[in-house]
Ligand binder design. Sequence first.
Ligand code: ATP
Ligand code: MG
Length: 418
Amino acid sequence: MRFKSLKGIHDILPPDIHIWQHIEGTARDVFRSYGYREIRLPVIESTDLFIRSIGETSDIVEKEMYTFLDKGGRSVTLRPEGTASFVRAYIEHHLYNEPPPQRYYYMGPMFRYERPQAGRYRQFYQIGAEAMGVDDPRMDAELISLLSEILRTVGLEGLRFEITSIGCKVCRPAFREALKGFLSDKIGGFCADCQRRYDKNPLRILDCKVPQCIEMRKGSPHTIEFLCNGCREHFERLRSYLDLLHIPYTVNPELVRGLDYYTRTAFEVTTDLLGSQNAVAAGGRYDALVEEFGGPSTPGLGFAIGMERIVSLLKDGFKVAEVPELVICFVGDEAAERAFLLAQELRLKGLWVETGYGDASLKSQMRRANRLGARYTIVIGEDELRSGSVDLKDMGSGEKTTVSLDAEAIAGELRKGR
Ligand code: ATP
Ligand code: MG
């Protein structure tokens, strides 16, 4: 019987894994400077959690969720994103009692039943951040600068930061009416989903990916033209803080996010290098969500970075630095045992050391050392066992140094060469 991974779900193998580790390691360092702490959340939650937060009429809830009944007959869903779970945990563990801002980050897999294509998978990974308890737009600017700093330090360039404000419950109704007015005589030409959305949640029509809907909604009103005073001032201050921090951005009034919980600030980071899957990260404010979930009214905001998309942007220029420091070759049974023990002694000193198994010929052992890209090799034979010294060969320069056949001496020499 042969098994294959599911459609749209992938293994991550070396050498790619080194890029993943590089990104995750860099992100952790940057998060630390900004006062973010890690939180690990479950990948499975009750289905209602996502319906209530992301929204019934969103593409994610309507089409993309991995939902099933568990053996107890409860409807559960593999998380399609992190914020809903985060807010659930934030309330469940009373994290709002800590002094604000409470800042957390997470890394892990998300699941969406989408049509797999380049940059779009059914299991994909996100690095996400959430900052709670502060409505000051300095927090928005700080979060965007954190995102920018992570993307810059992992080695990405030429990304575009697009921002907008999508208003709040005060200004949303006027916008909604204006949008419905604009769409009223055209809605019959929209897709069936949009026709349903027209009454239930017309904002979602702006996020529809169907080409005919994109075409027909051209010239529709923008949220940014309907902001109440509070939202307008918030947005203007955000812009001035981004200028202060020297973060380049453009205002994109057409930007809408695919999730219902957003209020005010919404942003997306895009690139020209990935074809149609051009968003590498996205986020925004969700000032009403904690209260909607039954917690104390608490503003919040966050972002999520799509790992696969930034991995593919970094792939070409990425060099794998990790190779064994030493391959120990041997000739004869006694030398094989000596090599086996020596490898163990050097590993205990923290060095990546390889040796052979079975009775491979010296030639095949050397071939393996070359394939592994080993930095140094030694060959232990009868002479070396007798004399107690060995030639340490630098595989780059071909230079040989004689050292005593002893873990301490060899480790010292390897560390010198670093
Ligand atoms: P898109 O417009 O590409 O569908 P989205 O608005 O659905 O993105 P978000 O929910 O904002 O995406 O998720 C944040 C980031 O996660 C995206 O910018 C993207 O980089 C990544 N992402 C989203 N869905 C997928 C997926 N199916 N496969 C790989 N990465 C994804
Ligand atoms: Mg999507």
